[in-house]
Design a binder for this molecule. Structure first.
Ligand SMILES: Cc1ncc(COP(=O)(O)O)c(C=O)c1O
Length: 360
C-alpha cells in the first residue's frame, strides 16, 4: 500500500459546497448578491477579453515561459527592471514556489492567526511548521509579537496587507519596524493581494516593494481589482536574487498564453481598475452606514470586503443563513478561525444595494 505522508493525511481536500445556481433554485431567490469570495463583480476589462480573443488562435503554441511582455509591463509600472518580477498561476502559485525555493528541513514559517487560511495549508503540504501568534486588538497583525517570536528556525514571516479576512492594514511605520527588527536572513513575505483597493482608500497605504529591501518578497495578483480571478495570474516583486530562486522552481509554462494575454489587457485598462476601486470605496461607505444603523460591529477595511464581529459563533451562523435567505451570499469565518465573524465582499451597485436592504 502506498503510504500517504502524515502531513498530507492530516489535510482535508477542498470540499465544494452546493453550486450557486442550485442554491438560487432551491431558495427560489428572485435577486442575489454574490459577496463571499472577494472577487471583482464588475467582471474583467473588455481589453482583457479582447487580448484573450486574439490569443485563442495560438492555443496550439506553448506560452512564453519568461512571460516577457507581461513582466516588462509589471516592471515598468513598479519602476524597476523585469529581473525584479516573476509571474505565475495566481499569487497562490508564487507562494507555493517560495517553499521549494527557500525552505529547508526544519525551517519554519511565522505568521498570525486569522489571516489568509491557504497559507497554513500550503505550509503543511510543504512539510513546513507554521508558528502562529494571536492577532492584536482591532484584528491587527501583532508586529511586536511577531518580532519577538522569531527564532533560529524562522525562515520566513508572512503578513497580508491588508489582511484577509479582517481588512486591517499594517502602517508604513509598523512595516518598517518589522523589517528593521528581524535578521536579514529571514524572508519577509508581504501579500498585497488588495494593493489597488488599499491604495485608493488611503495614501498612507505602504507599498512594500518601494522599500527595496533584500529580504522582502511582495505578492500581488490580477484576481482582485483587475477582475480576472478565474484566469489565474499573480506575481512577485523582490530582489533579483530572490526572484531568480523562485524562477528556478516554477512550472515552465505558467501562466498560460491566454492568462498572460488577459493580464496584459487588464494592465492596459487603467480605467477599468479605477472604476473598480472607486465603486469599492463607495460600497464600503454604504456598508458602514448600514452597519452603524443596525449597530453591527465591523473592522474598517482596506480591501474589497469588510468583516463583521457578531460576538458569537451562533449569531454569526444565523446571520449568514438569514442573509442567504434574502439572496446575499457571504462568508462565515469559522474556517478562518474567527467563528464569531463574517466577511462580506463589495459587489456591483445592485448587489451592494441588496446587502444594505437586507441588513435593515
Ligand atoms: C490575501 C490573499 N492572498 C492571496 C490570494 C489568492 O490570490 P490569487 O488568486 O492570485 O491566487 C487571496 C485570495 O483571496 C487573498 O485574499
Amino acid at each position: 500500500m502506498v503510504i500517504i505522508p502524515k502531513n498530507i493525511q492530516e489535510l482535508v481536500s477542498y470540499k465544494p459546497g452546493k453550486p450557486v445556481s442550485q442554491i438560487i433554485e432551491e431558495l427560489s431567490l428572485k435577486e442575489w448578491a454574490i459577496l463571499w469570495n472577494n472577487e471583482n463583480n464588475l467582471g474583467p476589462s473588455p481589453k482583457a477579453l479582447e487580448r484573450i480573443q486574439q490569443t485563442l488562435n495560438n492555443s496550439h503554441l506553448y506560452p512564453d515561459p519568461a512571460a516577457t511582455q507581461l513582466c516588462a509591463m509589471i516592471a515598468e509600472r513598479n519602476d524597476c527592471t523585469p529581473d525584479f518580477v516573476t509571474v505565475d498561476n495566481g499569487s497562490e502559485s508564487v507562494f507555493d514556489c517560495l517553499f521549494r525555493a527557500f525552505f529547508e528541513k526544519g525551517d519554519e514559517l511565522l505568521t498570525c492567526d486569522g489571516t489568509f487560511v491557504a497559507v497554513y495549508i500550503w505550509a503543511k503540504s510543504n512539510k513546513t511548521e507554521c508558528q502562529r501568534i494571536p492577532l492584536a486588538r482591532g484584528y491587527q497583525f501583532d508586529i511586536d509579537r511577531l518580532v519577538d517570536a522569531v527564532t533560529r528556525n524562522t525562515k520566513a514571516i508572512y503578513v497580508a496587507n491588508p489582511n484577509n479576512p479582517t481588512g486591517a492594514m499594517i502602517s508604513q511605520a509598523q512595516l518598517e519596524h518589522l523589517i528593521d527588527s528581524v535578521p536579514k536572513d529571514v524572508l519577509i513575505i508581504i501579500d498585497e493581494a488588495y494593493y489597488e483597493y488599499a491604495h485608493a482608500i488611503t495614501e498612507e497605504y505602504p507599498d512594500s516593494f518601494k522599500m527595496r529591501q533584500p529580504n522582502v518578497i511582495t505578492l500581488r495578483t490580477f484576481s482582485k481589482a483587475y477582475g480576472i480571478a478565474g484566469i489565474r495570474v499573480g506575481y512577485a516583486l523582490g530582489d533579483p536574487s530572490l526572484i531568480e530562486a523562485i524562477r528556478k522552481v516554477r512550472m515552465t509554462f505558467a501562466p498560460s498564453n491566454i492568462a498572460q494575454a488577459a493580464a496584459i489587457g487588464a494592465l492596459e485598462d487603467e480605467h477599468h481598475v479605477k472604476k473598480a476601486v472607486t465603486l469599492n470605496k463607495t460600497a464600503l461607505q454604504q456598508f458602514y452606514n448600514a452597519f452603524h444603523e443596525a449597530e453591527l460591529e465591523y473592522v474598517p477595511s482596506y480591501g474589497n470586503f469588510v468583516m463583521l464581529d457578531l460576538g458569537t459563533e451562533d449569531v454569526a451562523k444565523k446571520f449568514t443563513e438569514q442573509m442567504l435567505q434574502k439572496g446575499v451570499f457571504l462568508r462565515h469565518l469559522r474556517a478562518f478561525g474567527l467563528p464569531h465573524c463574517v466577511r462580506i465582499s463589495t459587489g456591483t451597485p445592485e448587489e451592494n444595494e441588496l446587502l444594505v436592504r437586507s441588513i435593515d
